[in-house]
Every structure is written in C-alpha cells, then in structure tokens.
Design a protein around this ligand. Structure first.
Ligand code: NI
Length: 171
C-alpha cells in the first residue's frame, strides 16, 4: 500500500470524469488499498479516485467517528438512482484544504454500485452518509464543492486553499 498525492483545487485533473471500471482486478484492489491508506492518513471521511489523478469510477467512504471501529465502504461504478428531500451540511474536501462550507444536498439517496469484490449492491442512505455519497459521486462527474456556491464564496474558497497550502509548505 502507498499513500498517494491528493490533488488540490484548481488542479484541472479534478475535472476529469471517473471512467467505468471494466473488471475488479488485482490492480483495482491495489488502487482501493492505496486510496484507503491515503484517506485515513489525511484524514478524511471520503476519497474519490479522481482526487489522486486516477480517472476511474471508484470512491471510498468511512464516516465512523474517531472512537468507533472503522467502517470502510467501497463504491465501484456507483450510480445515484434516487434523490429525495433537502439538507444542508458543513462540508469539507481533501482537495480544498482549510475550507468548510454549507452545501445543499438531497436528504436521502439510493445508490447502486459494486463492492470491493465486484458484487452489486444497493444502499439507501440519509444524513451524513447521504451527503458523503453525493459529494464523492460529484467528484466522479468532475464536479467540485466550489460549483455549489455563489461567485463571492467561490473566490473565498479559492483563496483559503491557496493560503492553507502556502502555510503547509512553509511549515
Ligand atoms: Ni471532496
């Protein structure tokens, strides 16, 4: 396993779409293991393959709290087939260091995907899990949290990322 470099906004590779995974091969398992290690090291609650420059339709989510056992969920070739209701959460993103912003999302989603073994599953989710699924699914469409806010907040978010990266480099 290896920790991979997470791309930061405005890296144009974050706009690439995740292409369907043809077969859940050993190479895909290797990529998933790298993604998990990268996500936990960050640390973050979700990571899409496009965030590490791999244009494949895969994301991982683990929303377990710090004092809870890990609960890694793997989504390969995910498809959100139903969205209901509205909610707003303060979201962060590993590609936007230092940024947290209220984003409007559906309250409940139904997602179909393949698991780590390539087995199809369907999941109905609400609350934080539904938010995380929509956030990561956006990544696979080349859509970022900055696309959900107005022009003033866009500028502030871009500036916060630059400042945060700058101070990390100096540290
Ligand atoms: Ni993100």
């Amino acid at each position: 396993m290896a920790i991979r470099t997470i791309l930061h906004y405005p890296d144009t590779r974050l706009r690439n779409k995740g292409l369907p995974v043809e077969a859940v091969s050993p190479a895909i398992h290797q990529l998933i293991d790298d993604m998990a290690e990268t996500m936990y090291a960050a640390p973050g609650v979700g990571l899409a393959a496009t965030q590490i420059g791999e244009a494949l339709s895969i994301f991982l989510i683990d929303i377990a709290g710090e004092d809870q056992p890990s609960d890694l969920r793997v989504f390969i070739n995910p498809e959100i087939v139903k969205r209901e209701g509205n909610q707003s959460w303060e979201e962060g993103c590993l590609s936007f260091p230092g940024v947290s912003e209220d984003i409007k999302r559906a309250e409940r989603v139904t997602v179909r995907a393949l698991d780590r073994d390539g087995k199809p599953f369907e999941l109905e989710a609400d609350g934080l899990l539904a938010v995380a699924i929509q956030h990561e699914y956006d990544h696979l469409m080349g859509v970022l949290m900055i696309d959900h806010v107005g022009p003033l907040k866009k500028r502030m978010m871009a500036r916060t990322v630059q400042k945060t990266i700058g101070s990390e480099r100096r540290a």
